[in-house]
Write a protein of this length. Structure first.
Length: 264
């Protein structure tokens, strides 16, 4: 079978997969998945991502400290992260960024410091970044403009105009299950307008399952539903494309960004 699905953002280390992790991951290959980028959220979970990448040839890892985990990071996080970033299957720094949604997150200034430190590490290790931006579009764009990293803004939630700015910087737009949600006006407008060569597909598994699985545990095979929705929307707006073509192109995009060779 053809393996056309490259999931550019998943968390198979999450406890939601504790009961049957191996079975779920094994099944992905039979469901058309070629590769998975398993993204770390803190130092421990980055180590778990690296362990998964060591166990399964088609999984790769990102290491980083998520803005929601900044408040619990140890003082020597930078040194520890450097060690993780030099491991062979670590292909990105992530996820990193800003989250102004939750009031108990670290103060904005502290989040910005961690974000900048990790943007600098990405430069130093010549790795792309995986950006988390929740309700922090202005500060996120300021730092992306200043550092001009290679990378992707994952689960993109900004406007069509912001997407254009991100693409102008040479970065990618990551879209997942949210484009299939009933009230998803802006993500759908972004999905229809972003240049194909700047688009990545993702799940954020176990979260963000696309319709018709919304609210259930998500896995990478469900990307098919996201691809179908985006292909349908682009076709409706005058740029006909099939879900298969979309999967093929976004798979090449992910391979290029993360420097991961495709097998078939
Ligand atoms: Ni995530």
């Amino acid at each position: 079978m053809q393996h056309l699905i490259f999931d550019s953002h998943a968390h198979y280390d999450d406890e939601a997969f504790a009961p049957d992790r191996h079975a779920v991951i094994q099944a992905l290959r039979q469901q058309g998945v070629c590769n998975v980028m398993n993204v770390g959220a803190n130092l421990d979970r980055s180590r778990e991502s690296i362990a998964l990448a060591a166990q399964y040839p088609f999984i790769y890892a990102a290491a980083g400290i998520h803005p929601c985990d900044v408040k619990d990071a140890p003082a020597d996080y930078r040194e520890q992260l450097k060690q993780l970033l030099s491991q062979p299957k670590v292909k990105a720094v992530g996820e990193i960024g800003l989250d102004y949604h939750y009031p108990d997150n670290a103060p904005r200034q502290v989040q910005m410091e961690f974000f900048q430190t990790q943007l600098q590490l990405a430069k130093q290790y010549d790795l792309p970044v995986i950006i988390h931006d929740r309700e922090a579009h202005g500060d996120t764009m300021d730092l992306l403009q200043a550092y001009k990293p290679k990378g992707v803004v994952h689960c993109f939630s900004g406007s069509v105009e912001m997407a254009r700015e991100v693409v102008k910087l040479g970065m990618y737009i990551g879209l997942g299950g949210a484009v299939t949600f009933k009230n998803a006006k802006t993500p759908v407008a972004v999905a229809a307008s972003v240049p194909l060569e700047a688009l990545l597909l993702e799940t954020d598994a176990p979260y963000m399952a696309p319709v018709p699985f919304r609210g259930k545990r998500c896995d990478s095979s469900m990307i098919l539903y996201t691809a179908e929705k985006i292909a349908e929307e682009r076709s409706r707006q005058g740029s006909p494309i099939t879900a298969q073509e979309l999967l093929r192109i976004t798979r090449q995009n992910a391979s290029r960004l993360f420097n991961i060779p495709l097998e078939d």
